[in-house]
Every structure is written in C-alpha cells, then in structure tokens.
Design a protein around this ligand. Structure first.
Ligand code: PRP
Length: 220
C-alpha cells in the first residue's frame, strides 16, 4: 500500500475557480495528466511527482481539507468564511475576485439599511449574512438557497438577497441594486492543520513557489 505521507493531496473546486487554480499550479509543476473539472474521474494522480488532485463541489473543499482527506485546497474567501472550518489560510491567490453584498429590487428600495430590519434575506451565505446584520444591530430572517439567489425577491420569497457579485450582470439583468457591500473575496490556498506540520517542507515550498509566480505576474 502506498504511504499517505508520500503524496500531497490537493482539493480543487469545480466551476469558476477550477481553471485558474489548475493553470497557476501547473506553472510551478503541480499538474496531472487528464486534470479537468469536466472529467468524471474525481481523483487524478501524478505518480512521478506524488501529487493527487481531488475535484470536488466548491462548498465541499473546506470539508475535505479540515478532515485531512486533502492536505491543501483552493477555495474562495466567501465560501471559506461561510464554512467556518478549522483550517490554515496560507495564501491569497488574487484571482476569482468578487464581493459579497446585499441587494434589493430597484423598485422597492428603502431609504436606509435599517428599514430592512426584520425582513427576509435569501442567501447561500447565512453565517456571513447573520454576522453582518448582527453587527448592524439588525435581526433578519434567513432563507437558505443553493443557487439563483436573485430569484428570491423577484418572486416574493424574500425582500433582499446576500450574494456574490462578480461582473454585476446578474443584478442588472434582474433589476436588482446593491445597497451595501459586505466582504471582498478572492481565491485562497488553505491547508489541513496536521498536514501543514507533517508535510511542512513540501507545503512551504509550494506556497513560496506560488508566491513568486504571483509576484512576477503582478509586476508585469
Ligand atoms: C454567482 C452568484 C451570482 C452571479 C454573480 O452565481 O450567485 O448569481 O454568480 O456573477 P455576476 O455578477 O458576474 O453576474 P453562480 O454562477 O455561481 O451560480 P448560482 O446561481 O448557482 O449560485
């Protein structure tokens, strides 16, 4: 049986962050033949370099890393904050820039944020939303959705949404307007706490190599 210690297991999220993560890791030699978020193969190995990639649903990456099923992983700061997992955050990878915000239908905009107190918020991020509104001294009702959050206020499920905005297209196309920004987010490299100690040299040099590539790209 192959020793777990020999391999470095990396969890990558399906979807928007996959391509950019895989491309950046490839630049420092961390890749594997057939690595793709479209493949039905969920574990892809590079036997020569002793690397294993897990391709998982975005929201599950922090879970794989927290339990040590993956040593490290790439995840958006938004999902990481929401997951509230006990992992190390090693590096801001800079890409996948977006921000979490509260938005409402343009036609039903109220004068002040406090005017939404005790109303319903549809969101994929109830923990972040709850923390934010608590800081504002507001009590809200949270309705957890798993996608197409913008639909919530349009069909009368909620008065507002807390969701991520990248280009602003979804808000525009659905006549919603941002009323307050909550949190900026980019992709982060995270590590399991035990793996970080046991595989310190390998993870440390991976982080340093990534840092160099990111700095060189930023200087261009
Ligand atoms: C995200 C987010 C918004 C949209 C924002 O959804 O929930 O709906 O992207 O991007 P934009 O500002 O560029 O329009 P995603 O595509 O991840 O799908 P989802 O609706 O399943 O959450």
């Amino acid at each position: 049986m192959k020793s777990e210690m020999e391999y470095l297991t990396i969890a990558l999220p399906k979807g928007k962050l996959f391509g950019l993560s895989a491309k950046l890791l490839e630049k420092i030699g961390y890749t594997a033949e057939g690595l793709s978020d479209k493949s039905r193969k969920l574990i892809i190995s590079n036997e020569e370099k002793k690397i294993r990639f897990i391709v998982s649903k975005t929201a599950d990456v922090p879970t794989y890393v927290e339990y040590g099923a993956a040593d490290i992983g790439v995840i958006g700061k938004d999902v990481l904050l929401e997951a509230e997992k006990d992992v190390y955050e090693l590096l801001d990878m800079g890409f996948g820039k977006c921000h979490l915000m509260m938005a409402v239908p343009k036609a039903e905009k109220r004068a002040k944020l406090m005017d939404y107190n005790h109303t319903r918020v549809a969101t994929k991020f109830p923990h972040i939303a709850e923390k934010f509104f608590r800081q504002q001294g507001m009590q809200m009702e949270y309705i957890k959705l798993n996608g197409s959050i913008e639909l919530g206020p349009i069909v009368g499920l909620s008065e507002s949404i807390v969701d991520i905005v990248e280009t602003g297209t979804t808000l525009r196309e659905n006549d919603l307007e941002e009323i307050v920004s909550i949190q900026e987010a980019t992709a982060r490299l995270i590590a399991n706490r035990v793996s970080f100690k046991l595989k310190f040299d390998r993870i440390h040099s991976l982080v340093e190599d990534l840092r160099k590539v990111l700095e060189a790209e930023a200087a261009q």
